[in-house]
Structures are given as C-alpha cells and as structure tokens.
Design a binder for this molecule. Structure first.
Ligand SMILES: Cc1cc2nc3c(=O)[nH]c(=O)nc-3n(C[C@H](O)[C@H](O)[C@H](O)COP(=O)(O)O)c2cc1C
Length: 202
C-alpha cells in the first residue's frame, strides 16, 4: 500500500480492509488480534486482546462470554475502544464507539463454525471467574463431551458484539518520528453518516 493511498483515502472502513490485508500477509500470526478496552459505569478501565472476526457496515465484530469482565462492563457501559498494532508493518489503528450485541443467530452461526474442541472449551469456561484447578476444567470438558455427542448447543452467555465506530485513527511510522496520523470522525447520526478526515500531529 502506497503513501498516496492513505493520504487519498476517504472511506476508513475500506482503508482498514486494505491495512488488514497487508497485516494478513505480513504478520506471523493472528493479524486480527486487537486490544479491546472497556470500562465500568464509573469509568474504571480494563483492556485485553480479542480476535476481530468481521468488519462490515455495522462495525467491528468479536465474540466473547457475556458473563466475563468485559461482558459485564459492556452491559453497564456499552462503549469501547480497540487498538490494532501490526509490528511488522509499524502501523496502528484505533477505533472507538458504542457497542451492541449481535443477534443470537449470528452467534449461533459463528459458534458452530468453530472446531468441536473450541466449542467445548467455550461451553466449559466460566470466563473470568475463579477456577479451582486445571483438572476441574478438563473434567468439565469431558462431561460436556459425554453430554453432547452430537452438536454442542451455544451457551446463552456466548455472544457476538459489534463496535459501531465513531472514530477511526490510522497511524503509520515515519522517519525521524514524523509519523503520519489520520483521524476519521463520523458525523450525521447512527445510520451511515459522513466521515470527516483530519491529519494529526504525531
Ligand atoms: C491473541 C488473543 C486473542 C484472544 N481472543 C479472544 C476472543 O476473541 N474472545 C475472548 O473472549 N477472549 C479472547 N482472548 C482472551 C482475552 O484476552 C481475555 O483473557 C478473556 O477474554 C477474559 O477477559 P476479561 O476477563 O477481561 O473479560 C484472546 C487472547 C489473546 C492473547
């Protein structure tokens, strides 16, 4: 991707797609890994990695346990921020906005597209709660294997989320710390809207 493309870009979602393709070609693993920051109602922040599974007209989609720390925080404060860092490309993308749950059918489809082992692991995990021992987790997986020899039902707490971007910032390493930064800000309501683009000091 050339400099000119970043400078000329008017659609941040399309630009993100191009950068993600570059990352898929360049990164050793998990180019879709992203730091997801959430906060409590009082604004106490927390951050962890998740995998971005899709970007579409609704926004940036990921899947997790609704009863985890992030799930609880999103339930009480449905706003979040994401930060991608592709080391091999020396690029960063930050995204922030409001978060909504995806429909159950969407979560069903993705849950059942995963390997049986991943489905068992998700069903067995009371994510973010205290676990007495590793053996207890392995035993829980074995129980579920016996209970569900066929399809494993998606646990109700296993859900998809979509971050509706209000701001997307692209950062690209430059010589002598003269990095390029472009901030796209959406205006004009929750459906569609218009992107405004500004260059920022590095
Ligand atoms: C590269 C990477 C990708 C991850 N992807 C996910 C994911 O897609 N969904 C998820 O629930 N946890 C994922 N995790 C685990 C989370 O970082 C975290 O440990 C877990 O979700 C519990 O977070 P919480 O207690 O803040 O809710 C991933 C971890 C790493 C290192």
């Amino acid at each position: 991707m050339s400099e000119i493309d970043v400078e000329r870009a008017v659609d941040p979602i399309a630009l993100f797609g191009l950068w993600m393709s570059d990352a898929e070609a360049a990164e050793l693993n998990d180019p879709n890994a992203v730091a997801l920051a959430t906060a409590t109602r009082e604004g106490v922040p927390s951050v962890r990695m998740v995998l971005l599974k899709r970007v579409d007209e609704l926004g940036f989609c990921f899947y997790t346990n609704a009863e985890s720390q992030k799930g609880s925080e999103l339930a009480e404060n449905p706003r979040a921020s994401m930060c991608f860092h592709w080391k091999s490309l020396r690029r960063q993308v930050r995204v922030s906005g409001s978060v909504a749950e995806l429909p159950g059918e969407d979560a069903d489809e993705y849950f059942h597209s995963r390997s049986r082992l991943s489905q068992l692991g998700a069903a067995a995990s009371e994510q973010s709660r205290v676990l007495a021992s590793r053996e207890a987790l392995v035993e829980r997986v074995k129980e579920l294997e016996r209970e569900f020899p066929g399809e494993i039902p998606r646990p109700d707490y296993w859900r998809g989320y979509v971050l509706w971007p209000e701001k997307i910032e692209f950062w690209k390493d430059g010589e002598g710390r003269l990095h390029d930064r472009f901030l796209f800000t959406r205006s004009g309501g929750v459906c569609g809207g218009v992107w405004n683009k500004e260059r920022l000091f590095p």
